[in-house]
Design a binder for this molecule. Structure first.
Ligand SMILES: [Zn+2]
Length: 356
């Protein structure tokens, strides 16, 4: 149907008019990696990370160049390749967004760590055993560092706002939450706070600027950005994919990229001021005693461990009072592995940044 309409339109305008139209289209083209999307079009391809000191890789990218002007929003998932819900959410979302309805541009990267996804390796890239983080990376580094460097050049530098998607890896059980970073710049902090509110996840963890995470790389350039997490332990539940898609669409309404007002469903989120990671001191079989979102008091047992013969070797106690944000989802446990994350309840930073 669309093809026939275009043929008719081309027949209706003269050759000179067509040239002017195509030149106007070229002026607003958006190119990311091998992908060029003209105004009002969606295009797919790759950000190529050539071989260097180790193998190369290709990062899938979808560019949706809206019919109307507006901001450029980057959506990035899959730094941890088995955080499946976030990668599926972005692939499905990119399929759903109609460029004719879009104001501005969406740059969508559903999977940064392809080797982790294919080999089902948690936390790191199996090619170099490093995390796909540490922005802005290194052009002459190992594969993870080159991925990060390519994403920095092609996405972080070109966007106005960024959302980094995570979730529970194969070995992580969590309920959805988002991260908001305090940068000290009131205008940036207000917009990123509005973005976590529009996203709508009811737990918000407060970060301080200074790390080398993806959202912090954008924030250091004054680009209001957030991180969100949903999905857990290798699952792809519709509810987790749904909150990621719905949250993104609502942020896009807040940024005026989609028509209609943003829905203000989140009124009183739970603010977490600090995360403490409890690590294992032993190797053996882990049994959790808590679930994500459980409130625990200092000294409460959050899990226990046995040796491979079934004999209890330790009980793991909460070192502080707070809310469980993540629990190890598998029996595998060795010295230094994460047992639980405990969040301390904080306050809404709105008073400090003059919002609401
Ligand atoms: Zn992650």
């Amino acid at each position: 149907m669309a093809f026939r309409a275009r043929q008719l339109r081309q027949r209706a305008v003269g050759a000179g008019m067509l040239l002017v139209l195509s030149m106007a289209g070229l002026a607003a083209d958006v190119t990311i990696g091998t992908v060029t999307a003209q105004t009002g079009q969606k295009a797919t391809g790759y950000i190529e990370v050539p071989a260097g000191v180790d193998a190369g890789t290709n990062l899938p990218v979808i560019v949706i160049n809206g019919a109307k002007p507006g901001p450029t929003l980057a959506l990035v998932a899959g730094a941890h390749g088995t955080e499946y819900a976030s990668s599926l959410a972005l692939a499905q979302l990119a399929n759903r967004v109609d460029p004719a309805q879009l104001s501005g541009t969406l740059i969508v990267l559903p999977l940064l760590n392809v080797a982790s996804y294919l080999q089902k390796v948690v936390h790191v890239n199996p090619v170099d055993q490093k995390g796909v983080s540490g922005y802005p990376g290194k052009a002459d580094g190992t594969q993870s560092e080159r991925i990060v460097n390519a994403v920095y050049d092609q996405v972080v530098l070109k966007c106005d706002h960024l959302i980094d998607y995570h979730g529970g890896d194969l070995d992580e059980n969590l309920h959805p939450y988002s991260y908001w970073t305090s940068t000290g710049k009131a205008d940036v902090d207000k917009v990123s706070r509005d973005m976590v509110f529009a996203f709508g996840l009811k737990t918000i963890i407060i970060k301080q600027l200074g790390g080398r995470s993806l959202d912090n790389a954008a924030l250091k350039l004054g680009k209001a950005s957030i991180t969100v997490e949903a999905g857990r332990a290798g699952t792809t539940e519709a509810a987790d994919i749904g909150v990621l898609i719905d949250g993104t669409l609502n942020v896009m309404r807040y940024l005026k990229m989609l028509p209609g007002p943003a829905i203000a469903s989140l009124q009183h989120p739970l603010w977490i001021s600090k995360l403490t990671i409890v690590k294992s001191e032993y190797e053996g079989i882990f049994y959790p005693a808590v679930v994500p979102e459980a409130y625990v008091q200092q000294g409460m047992i959050v899990g226990y461990m046995t040796d491979y013969f079934g004999n209890k070797i330790t009980e793991v106690a909460a070192p502080l009072t707070g809310v469980i944000t993540l629990v190890c989802s598998v029996p595998t446990m060795k010295k230094g592995d994460n047992v639980v994350y405990i969040g301390e309840i904080g306050e809404d930073p709105s008073a400090k940044i003059g919002s609401r």
